[in-house]
Design a protein around this ligand. Structure first.
Ligand SMILES: *[C@@H]1O[C@H](CO)[C@@H](O)[C@H](O)[C@H]1NC(C)=O
Ligand SMILES: *[C@@H]1O[C@H](CO)[C@@H](O)[C@H](O)[C@H]1NC(C)=O
Ligand SMILES: *[C@@H]1O[C@H](CO)[C@@H](O)[C@H](O)[C@H]1NC(C)=O
Length: 136
């Protein structure tokens, strides 16, 4: 008993650390658990970062149909929507999600229409390695 309560004093701080670790572990575990419920394919992180950098450079706001803060290759980027002739999806992208056994999406098309970005080809475009179609 005495040994326990004596060790308990020192163990109190230790216990708090363990608790903190447990909380940290839980906050890491939560997003990982949520992932399998979403579509399996995710945008390649380098491409997602490049895309965000490009939009920042152009000072364009992504259309409301495009959830840039979340998964860029979603919604109109992966469904059957014709982005070439849409007045609202501007800028717009299309993705191919068949990479790495359909787990990785890469941006294959970037369309910008009349946004005054001509002449500014951002360096980040080089990281969109599968971009076959850049329209502006
Ligand atoms: C956008 O994506 C984020 C992260 O995936 C998500 O939390 C948020 O609810 C999404 N917003 C909309 C409007 O879909
Ligand atoms: C690809 O994904 C399918 C379905 O998830 C799986 O059955 C298959 O084993 C995977 N192939 C490779 C090469 O990982
Ligand atoms: C391309 O991606 C790499 C790896 O993330 C990064 O280090 C590099 O800065 C990127 N290039 C540009 C021009 O942003």
């Amino acid at each position: 008993m005495r040994h326990c309560s004596g060790g308990g004093g020192g163990g109190g701080g230790h216990g708090r650390q363990l608790l903190l670790l447990a909380v940290l572990a839980c906050s890491w575990a939560a997003p990982a658990e949520a992932q399998p419920q979403q579509a399996a394919a995710r945008t390649d992180p380098v491409e997602a970062a490049a895309l965000k950098a490009i939009l920042r450079r152009w000072r364009t706001k992504p259309p409301t149909t495009w959830n840039i803060s979340g998964e860029p290759c979603s919604g109109t980027a992966v469904d059957g929507t014709d982005i070439d002739n849409s007045p609202t999806i501007n800028p717009g992208i299309k993705c191919d999600c068949s990479f790495n056994n359909r787990t990785v999406c890469r941006i294959v098309k970037l369309r910008v229409y009349a946004l005054n970005v001509v002449g500014q080809i951002p360096a980040e475009l080089e990281n969109l390695t599968r971009l076959a179609n850049f329209k502006y």
